[in-house]
Design a protein. Sequence first.
Length: 370
Amino acid sequence: MSLHFVVPCLFGLEGLAAEELRRMELPEVAAENGRVCFSGDENALARANLRLRTGERVLLELGRFEARSFDALFEQTRALPWERWIPKNAAFPVTGHSLNSKLFSVPDCQKIIKKAVVERLKARYHLSWFEESAETVQIRFSIMKDQVTLCLDTSGEGLHKRGYRPAANAAPLRETLAAAMVNLARYRGRDEFVDPFCGSGTIPIEAALIARNIAPGKNRHFAAMDWRSLDQRVWAQEKELAAGLEYHGDYRILGTDLDPKAVAIARANAERAGVADIVRFEVADARDFDRQTERGVIVTNPPYGERIGEKAEAEDLYRAFGEAWRKSENWALYLLSSHTEFERCFGREADKKRKLYNGMIKCDLFMYYK
C-alpha cells in the first residue's frame, strides 16, 4: 500500500531535503514551498524519520481537498479513513494553521476536524464515547489559500531534536539548519573542518554525523514507534540498514569558542551524539584564526548583534575575523548572518549568497571560496 508523506522544512531548505529523500531511494519526491512531499510504504516512514537531516518532521498525509466552508471541511474530513491509523482508545488531538483562507479561525477548524474524526470513528467502532487513554496519534492540518491538507504526525518532537543537546548556550542554532549549512558547503569528511564560533557545538557535531553517515535519529524516539496501527518491525529493519551505511575513517573536525563554558557544553553534546572521538573542541578567539591547511572548510554562525547595544560589537568581530580569514590560505568559508551590513564589515563581498531562516530570523549564508 502506497502512503503519501509531507515533510515541513525551514524556508530555503526544501531542495536539500528533497535531495536527501531521493538519495534514500524514496519515490515521487517533490519540493514545494516550505515542504517536500514523497510516497512510500511503512519502511519509508521509518527511514525518513531516522535519516533525514534537514526536514522538520515526517507527516503521513491522509487527504488534500478544497474547503471554503465549515460544512465542506467537516464532510471531507469525515470521508477519510481515520480508523486505519487511530485505534478506538487512542488519543487524537488536533493542531494546525490557516493562511490566506476563508476558514481563518484555527480554533474553529480544530473543533470541526475533531468532530468529523469522532463521527467517522463512532460509525466504524460503534462507540458513542472515546476514552483517548492509549497512544497519541497527533492530527495536523494546514489550510493555505483554501486548500486543506490533513496529516498524522509520525515524528512527535521535531526532527531537529536529535537527542544530543539537552543543554545549550544562548541563541542555539537548530540542528536541521546546521546540517543544511554543512551540506551546502559540500563537506563529506575529506577536508579539514572548523567552526571558530562553535557555541554548544551543533555545527561540528552535525559535520561529524554527516562525515560518518550516522543516521541523525538513531538514538531518539518517534511518535509512530507507539502506534499499534504500524508494523513496528520497520524500525529495527531501517536502523539495521542505516547502520550498514555508516563510514569509519580519519576525520579532522574542530570547534572553537572564546567561552570555556560553551566549549564544555559542546564536548558533552559530542559525547552524547557518539562523535566525541572525531570532534575536538578548544577555547580560542576567532579573531586570531591562523590555522594552516592544504584544503579546509569553515562553516560557522557568529553572533548577529540582534540585541540593542550588541550591533557594534558584532561588526567589530566581523571586521577582525575577516582580516584573519583573508590572511589564511586554502580555507573556504560558509558563514550565516542576519546582519544587513555583514559584507561591508567583513571586508569583502561574498562569492555567493543564499537566503536561509534561523527560526524566524531572516539570514544569508555568505559563501567565500579560496
